[in-house]
Ligand binder design. Structure first.
Ligand code: C2E
Ligand code: CMP
Ligand code: CA
Ligand code: CA
Length: 396
């Protein structure tokens, strides 16, 4: 009897499928129980009794092979159908290493079942060469990054942030670079995703915080008391239970005032768990400055924007770069500025490359900005030099 498209009820002792059948869907047990069994020399060889909340019939979908065992109900049973698409969609978006591990486990289970029944139902072994390559590649990259972290090859470069009317440097953004043995600085596009998909981002983020604080200590005599260093904090790093404790420990060790440290977060921090808002509030209460980065580029929620205790909103480069080419980008920039002003936030524009963009943003009410027009991100030594000349300009 069918209840609806997704849920089916079976009487006791009904066969759901037999080993060797083509698998078309998996099942979740809503009520009742089933027996997974093999046919061994004409008799039933029980493998497992499954009950409410358990899943079965997934193996043939995952490894695109035939049913590895048979299944019959033990009593009246209600099953929720999990379609091939529902299952495969999730597997395709999973980490390639997780996919490889899953396939390895399945092939071991199949091997055991084949041994028991003395016969193989698997179609020829599935190659999945693409997955193997992707998994290997990821593990290799993670290992190289972990080694790089140990060798302290990840360092902050700095891009100055300017007051758009006086053109004075008011702060800077720290941007991670990977300095390889040949001295070449690689940008985050070549490694940040691998870091973000593993816990490496937590170690890398911690290393960035420590180096940024050490650098800030060195330049404090060159800059005004409200000069800030903006540091990108990834969602995962922010969700670490001891994030704020470690931040505070470092800050005290370097004897820095919290207001000179700006934490750049994206809305993703709010999706990492319900504690995020509390951590943001504690950061603000301790005096740290908070900026929201990349707003409007992902799953932006106005609800988050209203609830997060932010000082600044950063207008993403993707809007700035198109503001004179696309009427819509200009409208988005205008609305973001308007909204930030209504919420009492400062605005920092990113990716300013032309005089036209600079002047327009300024006339729209944007107070601070960064971009190649003024300076690209530079090494700490070059940034120090830049501050020295900037100070000369200020003094004259
Ligand atoms: P983001 O935080 O949005 O940083 C701004 C990016 O725009 C930087 O790229 C910067 O170099 C680039 N940029 C600034 N002005 C201009 C311009 O005028 N023209 C162009 N074409 N680009 C400009 P970068 O350094 O490659 O960093 C890329 C992203 O990597 C950052 O985007 C941030 O999301 C991430 N990232 C960088 N450092 C860190 C870090 O220490 N921790 C974390 N979690 N993420 C980081
Ligand atoms: P599938 O191969 O699609 O169809 C048979 C199902 O039985 C299989 O997916 C698993 O859900 C389950 N199954 C197969 N072998 C075992 C086993 N050894 N123990 C428990 N469950 C199994
Ligand atoms: Ca940023
Ligand atoms: Ca950005």
């Amino acid at each position: 009897m069918m209840i609806d498209r997704q849920s089916r009820v079976f009487r006791a002792n009904e066969i759901i499928f037999r080993e060797g059948d083509v698998g078309d869907c998996a099942y979740l047990i809503e009520k009742g129980s089933v027996l997974i069994f093999l046919n061994k020399d004409g008799t039933e060889y029980p493998l497992k009794v499954l009950g409410k909340g358990e899943v079965f019939g997934e193996m043939s979908l995952i490894d695109n092979s035939l049913r590895s065992a048979s299944c019959r109900t033990l009593d009246q049973t209600q099953l929720i159908v999990v379609t091939r698409e529902q299952l495969l969609d999730r597997i395709q978006t999973a980490d390639p290493v997780v996919r490889l591990l899953m396939r390895a486990l399945l092939s071991r289970l199949r091997y055991q079942n084949d041994n028991i029944r003395g016969k193989s139902f698997a179609t020829e072994a599935q190659a999945h060469e693409e997955d193997k390559k992707a998994a290997l590649n990821q593990i290799e990259q993670e290992n190289r990054i972990a080694q790089g972290l140990q060798n302290r090859e990840f360092i902050p470069w700095y891009q100055p942030i300017y007051d758009l009317s006086s053109k004075r440097i008011v702060g800077c953004e720290a941007l991670m670079r990977w300095i390889s043995a040949d001295g070449i600085a690689a940008a985050p596009s070549t490694f940040i995703d691998v870091m973000e998909n593993s816990s490496l981002i937590v170690d890398a983020g911690r290393a960035m915080l420590e180096q940024c604080m050490a650098h800030l200590t060195k330049i404090r005599s060159l800059v005004p008391a409200d000069f800030f260093v903006s540091i990108n904090i990834s969602g995962r790093q922010f969700a670490e239970p001891n994030f704020l404790d470690e931040l505070e420990k470092l800050r005290h060790a370097f004897q820095l005032p919290a207001h000179q440290i700006k934490l750049e977060v994206t809305e993703r921090v709010m999706m990492e768990g319900p504690q995020a808002l509390g951590v943001l509030q504690n950061c603000r209460a301790l005096g740290y400055h908070l900026a929201i980065d990349d707003f409007g580029t992902g799953f932006s929620s106005l609800q988050y924007l209203a609830s997060m205790p932010l000082h600044d909103l950063k207008i993403d480069r993707s809007f700035v770069s198109k503001m004179h080419e696309q009427e819509k980008s200009l409208s988005i920039v205008r609305s973001l500025i308007h909204m930030a002003q209504l919420l009492g936030m400062n605005i920092i524009a990113e990716g300013i490359e032309t005089n036209e963009q600079w002047k327009s943003l300024q006339s729209l009410g944007v107070t601070m900005g960064q971009g190649y027009l003024f300076s690209k991100p530079v090494s700490f030594n070059d940034f120090e030099k830049l501050l020295n000349t900037a100070k000369l300009v200020k003094a004259s």
